[in-house]
Design a protein around this ligand. Structure first.
Ligand code: NAP
Length: 259
């Protein structure tokens, strides 16, 4: 029987690429997001089970867990849904936007994990093991100016991942974290700029640099699930070569220096 994984935030970017990659290696996937049309397109392409769910709504998350159980269970969970809103100084930020970032990046992640743990335990009882991977960010591992809400939320998601690993000790469930740097996805920066296409373009984040692609992230992410079950890759920091730290992005070609 094929292994089965639940991927949140599957309607675009890294999540959609992750569903495609799992499909390539023969896993069944459950694709979770709010936008049904996009999930349906992905389902036609990959055969995933699309489940519309707002992970910040507890009743919808409970229903998600029930749907996963009734349709064959799971041995994998990728908590990928998330994102940033705004590039404001701490003193200028909106509490409402900070709440929304915490709701999706931290509380939604906790909520989905808690709801699916019984299903993952059933999977581990059947197949011997299960895996959880949380998609955080290099923003959760170092600070920069004007991103306080997102940095605080992803730092919290990192902390939750570490606590969960401690709490699941003794069970055949690995708990992993993948923290990417600059990834060029269609919507991340657009959402960060509150849907303002011109403002997103003006930032020039992806200009004159080769960022990671969603496929790069998905390849590494799925690779962690392909390791023997006793191998737990606690934390992977994944950056493009052009980004030597979260605050140092080299613009222009990468050229060997003369020695
Ligand atoms: N792009 C980057 O540079 C980068 C770098 C490091 C980390 N990350 C992290 O990687 C993850 C994916 O990022 P991405 O670049 O692929 O972003 P994206 O293209 O904006 O995708 C975000 C996904 O999350 C889903 N989502 C948002 N709110 C949701 C909710 N309340 N309930 C269910 N699904 C929800 C969205 O789907 P719907 O709108 O259809 O619900 C979408 O599928 C995020 O956690 C992000 O913070 C991104």
């Amino acid at each position: 029987m094929a292994q089965r994984v639940v991927v949140t935030g599957a309607s675009s970017g890294i999540g959609a690429a992750t569903v495609r990659r799992f499909t390539e290696i023969g896993w069944d996937t459950v694709a979770v997001a709010r936008r049904e049309d996009r999930l349906q397109q992905l389902a036609q392409e990959t055969g995933c089970l699309p489940v519309v769910c707002d992970i910040t709504d507890e009743a919808q998350v409970a229903q998600l867990a029930e749907t996963v159980r009734e349709t064959g269970g799971a041995t994998g969970l990728v908590n990928n849904a998330g994102g940033a809103i705004g590039l404001d100084r701490v003193e200028d930020a909106s509490n409402d936007e900070w709440r929304r970032m915490f709701e999706v990046n931290v509380i939604g992640l906790r909520s989905v994990t808690a709801a699916l743990l019984p299903v993952l335990r059933e999977g581990a009882t059947r197949d011997g093991w299960a895996s959880i991977l949380n998609l955080t960010s290099t923003a959760g591992h170092g600070v920069y100016k004007h991103g306080g809400g997102y940095i605080a939320a992803k730092s919290a998601a990192h902390a939750v991942t570490e606590v969960l690993r401690l709490e699941l000790a003794g069970e055949p469930i690995r708990v992993m974290e993948l923290a990417p740097g600059l990834v060029h996805t269609e919507e991340f920066t657009l959402n960060r700029m509150r849907g303002d296409v011109d403002a997103a373009a003006r930032l020039g984040i992806y200009d004159d640099v080769e960022p990671l692609t969603p496929e790069d992230v998905a390849r590494v992410l799925v690779g962690t699930f392909e390791q023997p079950p006793h191998v737990n890759q606690d934390l992977i920091i994944l950056r493009p070569v052009a980004q030597s730290s979260h605050v140092d992005t080299h613009k222009g070609p990468l050229v060997p220096r003369e020695s």
